[in-house]
Write a protein that binds this ligand. Structure first.
Ligand code: LLP
Length: 420
């Protein structure tokens, strides 16, 4: 994060708080968030895209403390379940600034959304049109999620812009137009625009540009076919972040320019009014702000050196799920030992519980602290209780002060739902 500073004695400070102190106070593993980094990223989005609605994708990191920051920074919010909505609701996140997503929205999800009065529901299937239509008579504003046929060149598990995956209505085979007709015929729903989300951890700005072009084309086609002018276009999130040295920041300025140009150009040439735009970044708002702290528990030296930490795939399943790679540092004490290749592994009962293959000082030993960078997004939110290990706490640091956002999960928590 921006507030990270590695001192010459190898102490890592985040927002002027020493990670050694954080580890002592909150124990390890712990997720640490640089609050000002999150705020700066919200502001950078708003500055680069002043007339675009920025909806934070809550799935990337959802807790009250973070949502308060998002609300204070004036962003909107994307939720994808009644549970995420309940967190937003519990802090009074403005309903009109909330969008409900998901390829499955249960009756509970839909009722909760209608009950809170969320601004927009993003329709993902024909079934949902009827399910939602049956629950409302109040002309709920909706968007239709479209699969524009654009490949963002990312891991297949997080590729959503092409046909052959479960989300959205295909642009290519006419499903999107048919969905529009069905929504227009549903009295309880008011179609206000279209949505697409082509995937996650995408760095190629041209992919977003191409998706936006195709979506404006579809808006114009809908006008021609149905005589309705839809005013809103949500082009989703998915902006990539750097995880490794040498990887670059997402080109936000380039994105802003190319998005605006593409939408203006396509609208102009089809004589369609320029739609109001929404984007839904998650990872690029909170990802770089996070650092996970682990304590080295065991070092096993052999043909491969295994550095085993007190967390693992329960707090970070991303290497196992997506082959994700990370920057890892030993922090908290100086070392002049040469760097040697090691495999950082977790404490869980499977050989695939590998966090990273990196270079660490040869004198790394039990008790040392490791800091893993860029763990703000999809770590806490993907964490599990595998092996009945409690989830780590989430700690926010700002101006030299650390505050607990979510406490560590205890054995009592783990037993709380077990009916014996
Ligand atoms: N909008 C929609 C409709 C989404 O489904 C997502 C993410 C986003 C926005 C935000 O995407 P972002 O800006 O965060 O990339 N667990 C995976 C990522 C899954 C993304 C799911 N959808 C990972 O750890 O890489």
């Amino acid at each position: 994060p921006r507030g990270a500073h590695l001192r010459t004695d190898n102490e890592l400070e985040i927002a002027r708080v020493e990670t050694t102190q954080l580890a002592a106070r909150f124990a390890t593993p712990a997720y640490v968030l640089d609050e000002d980094d999150i705020r700066a990223r919200c502001r950078a989005y708003r500055a680069a895209l002043p007339d675009v609605e920025i909806a934070y994708a809550g799935k990337s990191l959802m807790c009250r403390g973070v949502l308060r920051i998002i609300a204070e920074e004036g962003l909107s919010l994307d939720v994808c379940s009644a549970g995420e909505l309940a967190v937003a609701r519990s802090i009074g996140f403005p309903a009109e600034r909330i969008l409900l997503h998901g390829n499955v929205k249960t009756a509970e999800d839909l009722k909760a959304a209608l009950g809170y009065g969320v601004g927009r529901v993003v329709i993902d299937s024909l079934d949902e049109i009827h399910q939602l239509g049956a629950l409302t008579t109040t002309a709920q504003p909706v968007l239709i999620r479209v699969t524009p046929g654009v490949d963002g060149s990312t891991h297949h598990a997080i590729t959503t812009g092409v046909d052959g995956q479960k989300f959205g209505f295909s642009l290519a085979d006419g499903a999107a137009e048919r969905a529009v007709a069905r929504v227009l015929a549903e009295p309880g729903l008011r179609l206000v625009g279209l949505h697409c989300h082509i995937g996650s951890q995408i760095t190629r700005v041209a992919a977003f540009e191409e998706a936006a072009r195709r979506m404006v084309g579809l808006l114009a086609l809908i006008r021609d076919l149905h005589g309705v002018v839809l005013r809103q276009l949500d082009v989703g999130g998915g902006h990539g972040i750097p995880y490794l040295p040498g990887e670059t920041e997402f080109d936000l300025t380039g994105f802003a320019n190319r998005l605006r140009c593409a939408v203006n150009y396509e609208s102009g040439r089809r004589r369609f009014p320029v739609p109001a735009l929404t984007i839904e970044p998650g990872r690029s708002i909170v990802g770089p702000a996070g650092v996970t702290l682990y304590r080295v528990a065991v070092v096993k030296r052999g043909a491969t050196t295994f550095v085993a930490v007190d967390g693992g795939m329960s707090d970070n399943p991303r290497p196992a799920l997506y082959g994700a790679r990370y920057t890892v540092r030993m922090v908290g004490r100086p070392s002049s030992a040469p760097l040697v290749p090691v495999t950082v592994v977790g404490r869980h009962c499977e050989a695939g519980d590998v966090l990273a293959e990196v270079d660490l000082p040869a004198d790394i030993a039990a008790g040392d602290l490791l800091a893993v960078a860029a763990t703000g997004a999809y770590h806490y939110s993907l964490s599990s209780n595998y092996n009945a290990v409690g989830r780590p706490p989430l700690v926010a640091v700002r101006d030299g002060v650390a505050r607990l956002l979510v406490r560590r999960e205890t054995e009592d928590d783990l037993l709380a739902r077990d009916q014996g």
